[in-house]
Design a protein around this ligand. Sequence first.
Ligand code: ATP
Length: 230
Amino acid sequence: MLVVESLIARYGAVEALHGVSLEVGAGEAVAIVGPNGAGKTTLMRSISGLVRLASGSVKFEGREIGRTAPFRVARLGISHVPEGRAILSTLSVKDNLLMGGHRLPRAEVDARLAEMLELFPFLGRRLDSFGGVLSGGEQQMLAIARGLMARPRLLMIDEPSMGLAPRVVGDVLDALHRVVATGTSVLIAEQNAGLALEVASRAYVMVVGDVVASGKSADLEDKLIETYLA
Ligand code: ATP
C-alpha cells in the first residue's frame, strides 16, 4: 500500500534522512521506533508532503506521491495525526471531529461520527466540551478519531504516547488496538518502543536518519535494547 524508497530529506544543509526505505501493506500496523532525533517525524512529514523530498520516492497504492501537496495526499487517503496532536482547543470535540470529516459526502458524516463514538465511547459524553479541556490522553484519542473521520486507508500517528502518564498510555494502547482491528493500515512513530511493538506486527528501528533494523516486532527486541543503550 505504501512504499518508501531511498528517501533523502534535508533541512537546509542538514540531511535528516539518509536514504530510508519502508513498506506498509494493506491492513497492516507498522511501527517506526527510535530515539530522539532519529528522523521519525521527518519521515512521516515527508510521506504526507509537509517536508520536500531531496530524492527518493513515496508510492501510495501504486501512485507516486513524493512531490504531492499535503492536502492532496490527505485526499488520496492518508491521514496524519501529528506529534503534539494539534487539537483545535477552542472548538468543541464535535467540531474537531467534523473538521476531520469535512470532505466526506454530507450523507456520510453522521454515520462516520457514530462509528467514531463507538470506537471511542468517551467522546460521546464530551461532544460539547472544548477540545482544550480534555486530558492529554483524551486529546490524543480525539486526534486519532479526527484523523479517522476522513475514512483514510492509511493512518499515520506520530508519537501518540508523548507526554502521557503510564496509565493513560494504556488507554491509548487499547484505542490503537481497536483502530488496527478496523482494518485501517496504521503507521506509528514512537520513542516508546514497548507501546509501538505491542500494536504493530512489524517495525523499523531508526537511528540518526537511517533504518538500522527491521522485521517482525517480536524479533526486534535485542536490536532495540542495543539501540537504546547506545
Ligand atoms: P523526536 O522523537 O524528538 O520527534 P524524531 O525521530 O521524530 O525525534 P525528527 O524530529 O524527524 O526526529 O528530527 C530528525 C533530525 O532533523 C534531527 O537532527 C532534528 O534536529 C532535525 N530537524 C527536525 N526538524 C527540523 C527543522 N525544522 N529544521 C532543522 N532541523 C530539523
